[in-house]
Design a protein around this ligand. Structure first.
Ligand code: PBG
Length: 323
């Protein structure tokens, strides 16, 4: 045998030398849940190690994360049921939990990159990402709400706005609203290929944001489709997105690879709540090695072509020095 691939695996030194994929703290975006109150830190039952923080504790958490080298945070609000309505008006109210959180994080940590989520569901009494009329999700009417929400986030200091709603035309609409108001340097990370997935379950527990009726299949993509992701990516690119996101990550590595090969924009992948929960649950049962499984998952997502990974493992992998 002239060629023996095992020679390049014979020692740790050589294995490290030929390693193709690396992850650094700079590639990670840490999603954080916010809740009203003071000194609140309540664990999400289906996401061990992940908490809903009141703003004071959120600032402490971000400080710790930044000391570990994390620089980017994606914020999601848990909104009291009494503040939800059909038009998600709480999302743009001055002084609302979310807008205060953005402003406080940016004023305490100006160098942090704050990513904000644009979608109606945490504020919607219907639990949907758009306005619901007779059981239908209205696209163009929803764009108006999303545009106002994005503008409020930009005014509060958001660095990157991430629309997760899957309405048609929202990237172009939001880009216009931002530009017309002077926010030309606020970035858009589009949830380009967001699938109607079972893996969002724990996130909906965290925010209490599950749809009150029906499902999200008329706007989120069919998990069976790949070509459709190309249509979404083409539109987002033309409408001015700065990042293309694929979500979830694990069952969609082919989509990450496809978009990475066909488009020049950086690809982000969302390693979602259910993917985190799967690892935590099996580790708790002693069914797999948590460190190795976590790193294998994150490495696989990077190897498929994701530049940035949104992951609930972000703090833990740095804290435990797994990177
Ligand atoms: C809502 C939104 C969801 C997630 C991010 N933004 C859930 C959904 O679409 O129902 C899921 C994130 C996760 O599961 O970690 N617009």
């Amino acid at each position: 045998m002239l060629i023996r691939p095992r020679r390049n695996r014979k020692s740790a030194a050589i294995r490290n030398m030929v390693q193709e994929t690396h992850i650094t703290a700079a590639n990670l975006i840490f999603p954080l849940f916010i809740i009203e109150g003071t000194n609140v830190k309540s664990e999400v039952a289906s996401m061990p190690g992940i908490y809903r923080y009141s703003i004071d504790n959120l600032l402490r958490e971000i400080e710790q994360c930044m000391e570990l080298g994390l620089q980017a945070f994606d914020l999601f609000p848990n909104i009291d049921e009494s503040l939800k309505d059909k038009y998600a008006t709480e999302s743009t109210r001055e002084g609302s939990l979310y807008l205060r959180a953005i402003a406080e994080v940016k004023s305490r940590f100006p160098e942090a990159c704050v990513v904000t989520d644009v979608a109606m569901d945490p504020y919607s009494s219907d639990g949907h990402d758009g306005i619901v009329e007779n059981g239908e999700i209205l696209n163009d009417e929803t764009l108006e709400v999303l545009g106002r929400m994005a503008l409020a986030h930009a005014q509060a200091g958001a660095d990157i706005i991430a629309p997760s709603d899957m309405m048609d035309g929202r990237i172009g609409h939001i880009r216009n609203v931002l530009d017309n108001n002077g926010f030309t340097s606020v970035s858009l990370m589009s949830y380009t290929a967001k699938y109607a997935s079972a893996f969002y379950g724990p996130f909906r527990d965290a925010l209490n944001s599950a749809p009150k009726h029906g499902d999200k299949k008329t706007y989120q993509m069919n998990p069976a489709n790949q070509r459709e992701a190309l249509i979404e990516a083409e539109l987002d690119m033309r409408e001015g997105a700065d990042f293309l996101m694929v979500k979830p990550a694990l069952a969609y590595l082919d989509i990450i690879k496809l978009l990475g090969d066909k488009f020049e924009l950086p690809i982000a992948a969302y390693n979602v709540s259910g993917e985190y929960a799967m690892i935590k649950a099996s580790a708790r049962n002693g069914w797999l090695d948590e460190q190795r499984a976590t790193m294998e998952v994150l490495t696989g997502i990077r190897r498929a072509g994701a530049t940035a990974i949104l992951t609930y493992h972000a703090k833990e992998v740095l804290e435990k020095k797994w990177l």
